[in-house]
Design a protein around this ligand. Structure first.
Ligand code: FES
Length: 105
């Protein structure tokens, strides 16, 4: 199966340890930059579905702003007692200075 990538924002517009949400065909995706790398994860905590936008991004992790669950950005692996369900992650690539992500629809 081949991934179909969608172009989003410019890589330069996403500062280190920050995030931004984009909508891809009805799916809210959180773009993050941390450790000099770019990541895309579902913008929805697996605990009580809160948006992760606005959560702290550090050390390739994002924290949920509501109750503090943390997720590893590369794998979606959860850290914390509130949820053991991983976060969905999406393939990312940088093309012509833009962040492109592949979200299965
Ligand atoms: S909704 Fe994210 S930790 Fe509770």
């Amino acid at each position: 199966m081949t991934n179909v990538y969608t172009r989003t924002i410019t890589a330069a517009s996403l500062a280190e340890n920050s995030s931004q949400s984009v909508d891809i065909d009805g799916t809210s995706v959180l773009l993050c930059r941390s450790g000099g790398e770019y990541f895309a994860v579902k913008n929805q905590c697996t605990h009580q579905d809160a948006p992760l936008l606005g959560g702290r991004v550090r050390n390739r992790m994002v924290s949920c702003p509501l109750h503090g669950m943390r997720y590893e950005l590369a794998t979606g692996k959860p850290f914390g007692q509130l949820s053991h369900v991983p976060l969905a992650t999406y393939p990312v690539r940088i093309v012509d200075g833009f962040i492109e992500i592949a979200v299965a629809t």
